[in-house]
Design a protein around this ligand. Structure first.
Ligand code: ACO
Length: 335
């Protein structure tokens, strides 16, 4: 059995900055409300005709591959996590294989929303642990802005989300005390609709509905979130799954050097920080700049933390996420 280790990280965010004041011009909201409830000051939105989920993922991946010190031809497998794919099918994994000119390796798409990157990491880790693959490219990318209800009706959801991508190369590590020590995944489908986008989906018979009934303004064509219910579940599940990961490895919260939580809401991160007694330098947050980028949020934050020198060799790094599904998960990493 091998371990897997993150050997390269990269991220890409579109240039176009959308501030809270910009949003207040198109819907009834304001900077104070958004900052107080979410911590977000600005986010990035792809301009019309600009990047796609795939092209942002490709840009992040190129940086991660270069930093891993490998060639694209060394990639044995691709895992792509997103809730905002370019096409209904095929998923973006094969588009990355094509656009990066990677040989005909397998490409897998992960549909686990905010937990997507941790699910993707866990899949990649198992392939490396068993010895099947040496280098796996893991991408989380989202283009939310084109699918949000940018009117007052959608304000409680639309102010939260931003666009961007992050990527990691996972490589074989022969020393079992290093790299990904364990990953922990959970789901509770009972609450599937509490944070969801119902259409397009075959359950909605969306083609017929759009074309024949002309109900494209139906609320089910936009994301729905029961905010307070999601918040309450998130703080409980984040705490549980972090503790589960620590206990599995005979560790305690005191052993954490850096917690990189999914950037759902600054208030959730602050709650977790307080609960585990962590200092400001032990939790990395960048939701203020990018909003919630769902499957991209952890790899973007992890890359920024690493670039700023906040993650060093030998550190215990904990990743944790909670989101639509509900799904949640954690990863315990000895850097
Ligand atoms: N601007 C101004 N007012 C607003 C806005 C807005 N953008 N959105 C909602 N409001 C109003 C509401 O209409 C409501 O008004 P009312 O009292 O007159 O009815 C009031 O603000 C309070 O609305 P709530 O929805 O109760 O506000 P809440 O304090 O719950 O904050 C929020 C909403 C930020 C979504 C919060 O519930 C939350 O963070 N939930 C956690 C979910 C989460 O983190 N989601 C992130 C994405 S999901 C994920 O990553 C898994």
């Amino acid at each position: 059995m091998y371990n897997s280790k993150i050997t390269g990280l990269g991220y890409f965010v579109p240039e176009n900055v959308v501030t809270n004041d910009d949003l207040a011009k198109v819907m009834d909201t304001n900077d104070a409300w958004i900052q107080e409830r979410t911590g977000i000051k600005e986010r990035r939105h792809v301009v019309k005709g600009g990047d796609t989920t795939t092209t942002m993922g490709v840009k992040a991946a190129k940086i991660a591959i270069e930093r891993a010190g490998i060639d694209k031809d060394d990639i044995d497998f691709i895992v792509f996590a997103t809730l905002s794919p370019d096409y209904y099918f095929p998923g973006p994994g094969v588009l990355v294989q094509r656009d990066l000119g990677i040989k005909t390796v397998g490409a897998l798409d992960v549909r686990n929303q905010c937990s997507g990157f941790i699910y993707a990491l866990s899949v990649a880790d198992q392939y490396i642990k068993t010895g099947m693959y040496k280098n796996v490219l893991v991408i989380g990318s989202e283009l939310h802005s084109h699918g949000l209800d940018m009117t007052t009706r959608g304000r409680s959801v639309s102010v939260i989300f931003g666009d961007g991508a992050g990527a990691a190369v996972l490589s074989r590590e022969e020393d079992n005390s290093k790299g990904l020590l364990s990953t922990h995944l959970h789901s509770e489908g009972q609450h599937a609709e509490e944070l969801s986008l119902i259409a397009p989906g075959m359950g909605k018979r969306w083609v017929t509905d759009i074309i024949e009934d002309n109900d494209h303004n139906d609320e089910s064509f936009y994301p729905h979130m029961n905010g307070q219910f999601v918040f309450k579940n998130a703080v409980v599940r984040f705490s549980e799954v972090i503790m589960e990961g620590l206990k599995t490895n005979d560790l305690t919260p005191e052993d954490i050097d850096m917690l990189v939580p999914h950037q759902a809401n600054l208030r959730i991160s602050q709650f977790i920080q307080k609960k585990f007694g962590l200092g400001d330098d032990q939790v990395f947050n960048n939701i203020m700049k990018y909003g919630n980028t769902t499957a991209a949020s952890i790899p973007i934050a992890l890359t920024e933390a690493w670039e700023k020198g906040k993650i060093k060799e030998g550190d215990l790094v904990v990743l944790a996420a909670f989101g639509s599904g509900f799904t949640w998960g954690s990863a315990i990493i000895k850097w």
